[in-house]
Design a protein around this ligand. Structure first.
Ligand SMILES: Nc1ncnc2c1ncn2[C@@H]1O[C@H](COP(=O)(O)OP(=O)(O)OP(=O)(O)O)[C@@H](O)[C@H]1O
Ligand SMILES: [Mg+2]
Length: 235
C-alpha cells in the first residue's frame, strides 16, 4: 500500500481534490483508525476473489472521482453472502451508476467486509479554517447530526481528555453511555479515532476537510470501525 504522502501527491498530480474510497480508507488506516478488510475490483471475477480473501458477508461500493454520495446513485449494495450475489451486485452497481450519472468515470468497485451487527453509527469530521486552522467534529450519525445539529467541536491541538469531553458533551451521549437495551459503547476506541483524525489534519496540510461517516461504534471492549471515509484536498 502506498504511504499517505504518496496517496495525497498522486491525487494532486491527477488534479483530484476528492480521494478515492480505497485511498481515503488506507490513509486513515495508516493513522491507526480501524477499518474493515477491503480491496478494489476491476471486474466481477476480481470482486469475488477479494470477497473470498476477506470473507463474507461483503458490501460493494462504486469508486468514482465524479460521485460524492454513492448510495444516492445506487452505488452501494450491502449484505452479500455468496460469489453469485457478488457478481450480480457488481453489474447492478455498474448499471445503476451508468443510468444515474452517465458521464461518471468508474475507477472500480470497492469490496469491503460487512462490519458486525450491534453498532451505533457515529461521525468524526474535520475542517480546516483559514484563520483558526483545523477543527475536529464529533456526533452521532443520521438524524442526530442532520436534524438536531447535535455535534461538538475542538480546535487542534487538543488532548485525549478534550477528546473524551467532546464525546461527553453531545446530547446523544446519553445513548453512548448506555440506555435501556443499548449497551454502553467503547469510548476509548472513539477517543483514539478522534486523536488519529487530529494527527492526520496536523501532518497533512493539503487536507481541507474529511468525514468518517459512519463509524460503527460497538459496546465496551469491542472497538469501532470506520466504514466510509471522505477526504477533500485543497485545490
Ligand atoms: N462495511 C460495512 N458494514 C456494515 N454496514 C455498512 C458497511 N459499509 C456501509 N454500510 C452501511 O451502508 C451505508 C452507506 O454506505 P456508505 O456510507 O459507504 O455510502 P455513502 O454513499 O457515503 O452513503 P451516504 O452518502 O448515504 O452516507 C452506511 O451508512 C452504513 O450504514
Ligand atoms: Mg457515507
Amino acid at each position: 500500500m502506498p504511504s499517505p504522502r504518496e496517496i495525497i501527491e498522486k491525487a494532486l498530480q491527477e488534479n483530484r481534490t476528492k480521494l478515492l474510497e480505497h485511498e481515503a480508507l488506507s490513509l486513515v488506516e495508516a493513522y491507526g483508525v480501524p477499518v474493515p478488510g477491503y480491496g478494489l475490483a476491476q471486474t466481477a471475477d476480481e470482486a469475488v476473489e477479494i470477497a473470498e480473501k476477506i470473507g463474507y458477508p461483503v458490501v460493494l461500493k462504486i469508486v468514482s472521482p465524479d460521485i460524492v454520495h454513492k448510495s444516492d446513485v445506487g452505488g452501494v449494495i450491502v449484505g452479500l453472502t455468496t460469489p453469485d450475489e457478488v457478481r450480480k451486485a457488481f453489474s447492478e452497481i455498474i448499471n445503476n451508476v451508468k443510468k444515474h450519472v452517465p458521464d461518471a468515470r468508474i475507477t472500480g468497485i470497492l469490496v469491503q467486509k460487512m462490519a458486525p451487527k450491534g453498532a451505533i453509527e457515529v461521525v468524526v469530521g474535520a475542517i480546516r479554517d483559514p484563520v483558526f486552522g483545523p477543527a475536529i467534529m464529533f456526533g452521532l450519525g443520521g438524524i442526530f447530526i442532520e436534524v438536531f445539529k447535535d455535534v461538538s467541536f475542538r480546535v487542534v491541538p487538543f488532548s485525549e481528555q478534550d477528546a473524551e469531553e467532546m464525546i461527553k458533551e453531545v446530547k446523544a451521549y446519553k445513548i453512548i453511555r448506555g440506555y435501556r437495551n443499548i449497551a454502553p459503547r467503547d469510548i476509548d476506541s472513539l477517543i483514539k479515532i478522534i486523536m488519529a483524525v487530529q494527527n492526520l489534519m496536523k501532518e497533512n496540510p493539503e487536507i481541507n476537510e474529511m468525514d468518517l461517516n459512519p463509524i460503527l461504534s460497538y459496546e465496551k471492549g469491542k472497538g469501532a470501525l470506520a466504514v466510509d471515509v471522505r477526504i477533500i484536498l485543497k485545490k
